[in-house]
Design a protein around this ligand. Sequence first.
Ligand code: C5P
Length: 220
Amino acid sequence: VSRGPLEGRHVLVTSGPTHEPIDPVRYLANRSSGAQGTAIAAALRDLGARVSFVTGPATVPPPEGVEVIAVETARQMRDAVQQALPADAAVMAAAVADWRVTNAGARKIKKDGSGKPPVLDMTENPDILAWVSGLTDRRPALVVGFAAETDDVIENATAKRARKGCDWIVANDVSPATGIMGGTENAVTLIRQDGVQEWPRMGKDEVARRLAREIARALA
Ligand code: C5P
């Protein structure tokens, strides 16, 4: 039996995009592949953690050896996270849709011949990271959020850490020119209370292994 530093620990990971229905055949989505969250779940598993992996409809397959909870919408993701708690740590790597369609119907929207497109009314989704961070009961000892930014990465991510109330933020530059979104590499900055660490550009697997080691150190 291999024993790692996270043996006996339970870590929750959210990953992938969410899909928000417009009608039974259409949805709003984003370009998250789930690659980074999947790599993080695998790295935590490799250090001995029991991992609950709450994933939206990702394009990469989930890792083996973790408990996979597949969801579609932000609200389903929130419910699955609630079910999976308590945990020692939570890593929220999902690209949760900020809004859902308020008037999503049970019937396919059809062209009505008037030439007028339908109007989609939107409602804000629950912020799962902020909610978990603010729990008084069952709050994981360590809550890690992500911040996908296209400009002023450190400044925006530092503000996000404060706003969400999480312990760490993993900030990444997702400007299209970086090729990070959907790619195999990532360039991240780890923002904690005690300072900022800029990591060199490396594979998402290596980012995951480093982050898992930092989590193990923090929980030790
Ligand atoms: O607000 P923003 O989407 O930029 O924040 C990103 C971080 O917040 C990520 O860790 C993401 O998983 C989390 N998040 C969440 N629920 C939301 C929106 C974002 O958990 N509704």
